[in-house]
Structure formats: C-alpha cells, structure tokens
Design a protein around this ligand. Structure first.
Ligand code: ADP
Length: 389
C-alpha cells in the first residue's frame, strides 16, 4: 500500500499532492501505512480513504478503486462502517464499538464479520480535527465461540430441565409409596420398618434437593432464571425463614436468635429468591454448628442505601484459605467421602449468583472453631409503614 500511496495520482483528489499535505496528514498516513493491524484514515470533509495492507484484505473487489477516494462516492450502497460513530469522532470523541458486524470482501464475495472498531479524531499539526482514524480488530472467531458456548449452556439447561422432570416423577412415587406404608395403609409396620421408611424419605428429599440445585445453577449460568424484583418487607420474610428452620434447629439443640430492628425495612429483590438464599444460609449454619450453639439472624441498614442481612453461627468455621472457594460450584470444604454432612456444594454458589443478579452480594467472614458469618447485601427498598392501630 505504501507503494500505491506514493505513486497515486493525488493531484486529482480533494487532499491534493503529498508534498502539499499538512504535516499532521503526512504523519497520520505514514502511521496507518506502517501499522500491522487494519486501519483506515478518513481525511478531510469528504473522508478521503487511506488504508493499509491489513485493511485492504477487508475491501475485496472495492480495492483499488476506493483508495484515495471519498467514502460517499465509493460506497453508494452504504458505507460498511458506521457513519454515526464517524461523526462522533469528528466531533472530538474517541469511540469504541464492540461486536460490530461489518461487511467485508475478503474472498471476492462480501460476507459479514465481527470486529471491535475504534474511531478516533485525527488532527493536523495545529490540533484541529481534520479527519477520523478507524482501527479494526477482528473478533469473529471469538464471537462465534461465545455464541457456541452460549448455545451449549442453553442446551445443557434444556436437557437438565427434561432430565429433572424425568427423575422427579419416579422420586415422587417413591416418596408417596413410602408415606402410604408409613400411614399403615398396607397393614401395620414394625418400628424397624418405620425407621427404614424414614430413611427412604430422607434420601428421596435429598435427591429432590440435588435436582433442584443442579437445575437452578444451570438456569442461572444460562441466564434464564427469571427475577421478579419488587419491594420486599424483611420482617415477614425473616419471621417465615425462622419458622421454617425452627424444628431442625430445635432438634439439633441450637438457639435461633434475631437481632437488629427490621420494622418497616424493605429490600429491592425477588422475595422468593431472598428466602431461598436465607434458608440456604440457615440450613448450612444448622448443619455446621454443634449442639448448644447459637445462630443469629441480624439486619442492618447502611446509609439508607443498602441492607445487610447476616446469618451468624458459632459452629466449626471455615479456614481463611477456603473462604473464597466455598462460593465456587461443587465445592465442599470437607470433600472427603467420609464427610459427615451431605450436600451438593452448590448452595453458596447459587446464593451468591442470585444475590449478584439482584444487584447485591453475598460475603463471608469466618474463623475456624469460632463460627461463620454470612452477609447478604441488597439495595434498600421503599420503607413500609404500618398503619396506626
Ligand atoms: P453444601 O450443599 O455442600 O452445604 P454449600 O455451597 O452450601 O454446599 O457450602 C459449601 C461448603 O461451604 C460446605 O460444604 C461447607 O464446607 C462450607 N460451609 C458453608 N456454610 C458453612 C457454615 N455456616 N459453617 C462452616 N462451613 C460452611
């Protein structure tokens, strides 16, 4: 292109002969011609095109007629770049456009490819904008890989939705028949048989939980889990969460406490998802705290902007080196086959993703032997005032 540029009949163009070019244009043209990445310089009011060898590959049959010619007359069918971004750059802005689909004429035919395009003002030696420099970085392969990955994740979510339905039906039957036997519908049962039936039901519930977790995580990953964000009153929600875990806590001889005033406090969130996150934190706290321990649910408003909901226990705690990985999917700190607690290792991964999808976060502080404190942070909702009674 450098050869073409030096032998080109510039006299017939609006920018004239190179000997008369302003220093700014000469410097910009030299920079473009020497650059290894695709670049085009559009100089002057009519956007006369000077491009390099890499950019030429994108021009196909347009080359060489459009070299040194104004954009408008060379692209009567419409310029393959974006005129709006060109105008912004001409007005002094540096514009970056990702995933721009550009028609290119690489193999003779024109086809679409994806690029990251940079439009920046090109100035003369006095600092006055006289043109626009466009740099093009092709991302077609990356975009195709991303499209493929997205559709694979989607296919996985669809497959798991079908699988979960297929698994749920026999599992529900197992639970249902176990219950019938427990109720004595098929005749009296011995205490040993009752114990066995309880274990069958516990196993059935556990499997249903695993299916729910895997499905929820896959949906979150595929971005197809719907969030209905509204003002959620915390008082009722936390009371319900406590009621739901009270039996398990009692059975394990754990004290369940509430701290901090929540009267009228509301968060902007999806009520069902917040409840799911808090229940998951409470169930972990119960699981990992020995009898005699205390579990506290606290609530604190921060500068009227956000609300921290804490679930603190006095349990076994988590080592500093494991603190971040507990939020990774399928991670259990005690991952040995002999571990004493069941679970999929998905609860916290799901909970953090849900919190983040609602514009909040889930964090943890812990000390081995002293306990753990998980904090769900969410944006403040509109305060709810109780009517005077
Ligand atoms: P799981 O369903 O296996 O409990 P989670 O994602 O909920 O999966 O938790 C991951 C791991 O984090 C747990 O297996 C446990 O090792 C650790 N963990 C979670 N909550 C607590 C807690 N309150 N105290 C101690 N360890 C915890």
């Amino acid at each position: 292109m450098a050869t073409l540029c030096s032998s080109y009949a510039w006299d017939d163009t609006s920018i004239g002969c190179p000997d008369d070019w302003p220093a700014g244009l000469r410097a910009a043209a030299a920079l473009v011609l020497a650059a290894p990445t695709p670049m085009v310089l559009l100089w002057g009011e009519d956007a006369t095109q000077i491009y390099n060898d890499s950019y030429r590959l994108l021009m196909g049959a347009k080359h060489p007629t459009v070299f040194g010619a104004p954009v408008k007359s060379s692209w009567p069918e419409g310029w393959h770049l974006d005129w709006k971004q060109y105008t912004r750059a001409w007005a002094g802005e540096s514009v970056l456009v990702e995933d721009a689909v550009v028609s290119v004429g690489r193999a003779g035919d024109s086809s679409d490819a994806t690029f990251t395009l940079g439009y920046s003002p090109a100035r003369d030696e006095y600092g006055v904008i006289q043109g626009v420099l466009v740099t093009a970085f092709e991302t077609s392969t990356l975009a195709a890989a991303q499209r493929q990955a997205r559709s694979a994740i989607r296919a996985k979510a669809d497959f798991l939705a079908v699988m979960s339905h297929e698994l749920r039906t026999p599992l529900n039957a197992i639970g249902g028949y176990a219950e019938l036997l427990q109720l004595g519908v098929r005749g009296p049962i011995t205490p040993e048989q009752r114990g066995d039936l309880e274990r069958i039901q516990a196993g059935q519930q556990q499997l249903l939980g695993v299916i729910d977790d895997v499905l929820a995580y896959t949906k979150l990953e595929a971005g197809i889990l719907h969030f209905a964000v509204e003002d959620v009153v915390l008082d009722e929600l936390l009371t319900e969460c406590c009621a739901l875990v009270a039996h398990d806590a009692r059975q394990k001889k754990l004290e369940l406490r509430r701290s901090g005033s929540v009267t009228g406090l509301a968060v902007r969130a999806d009520a069902e998802k917040v409840q799911q996150v808090i229940l998951s934190l409470l169930s972990n706290a119960i699981k990992f705290t020995d009898p005699g321990g205390v579990i506290t649910i606290s609530c604190q408003e921060e500068r009227g902007e956000r609300i921290d909901i804490g679930v603190t226990d006095t349990g076994r705690g988590i080592a500093l080196s494991d603190l971040e990985c507990v939020f990774q999917p399928f991670v259990q700190v005690d991952g040995k086959l002999t571990r004493d607690q069941d679970g999929t290792g998905l609860g916290l991964a799901i909970s953090r993703q849900m919190a983040q999808r609602m514009g909040g976060d889930l964090t943890v502080a812990s000390e081995v032997g002293s306990g753990s404190s998980f904090t769900l942070t969410l944006a403040c909702g509109r305060r709810m005032h109780r009517p005077l009674e």
